[in-house]
Design a protein around this ligand. Structure first.
Ligand code: FEO
Length: 170
């Protein structure tokens, strides 16, 4: 595998694990403030990010490459309102999309068609991630400014269930 493609994929493992840590900090914030439904949504999101990291790990290993795990940074977003984590999540997903696109671009430049095909799933997934987090903001703005709406939105987010990734690597 091209050294730079390998380095970027390895680095992406860290970014996905950081994403998990960031979303866990959001779940913690909501749980602490008794919004268990919002917390549930982010707790599941944190689990999905670990799945993304594991797919990257498996892909590198399946290609005979060694993994080098780095330290995971402290999630340092400060939340001053219930809306803040929602905006933070959307902005973070834009960052992840740019990161995936960057790996794709590098893979394309060295004709690494296999990695491009592997990343197709992540590119599709990032559309979902952006859409989902944008929806959180829109729903919050529509319904949650009043306590009754906040209560109902909390129930809706509480109904989210974990689903394993549709991409499976042996
Ligand atoms: Fe792994 Fe939310 O992107």
């Amino acid at each position: 595998m091209n050294e730079e493609v390998k380095r970027l994929l390895n680095e992406q493992i860290n970014k996905e694990l950081y994403s998990s840590y960031l979303y866990l900090s959001m779940a913690d914030y909501y749980d602490y403030n008794n919004l268990d439904g919002f917390a549930n949504w982010f707790y599941i999101q944190a689990q999905e990010e670990v799945d993304h990291a594991m797919l990257l790990r498996r892909y590198l290993l399946n290609n005979g490459e060694a993994i080098e795990l780095e330290a995971i940074a402290k999630p340092d977003l400060v939340f001053n309102s219930f809306k803040d984590p929602l905006v933070g999540a959307y902005e973070h997903e834009l960052f992840v999309t740019a990161s995936i696109n960057n790996i794709y671009e590098k893979a394309a430049s060295v004709k690494d068609y296999r990695t491009m095909q592997f990343l197709d799933w992540f590119i599709q997934e990032q559309m979902e991630e952006e859409k989902n987090t944008d929806e959180l903001i829109r729903k919050y703005e529509l319904y949650a400014e009043e306590s009754k709406g906040l209560y109902q939105l909390n129930q809706e987010f509480g109904a989210r269930v974990y689903a394993p990734p549709t991409l499976v690597l042996d």
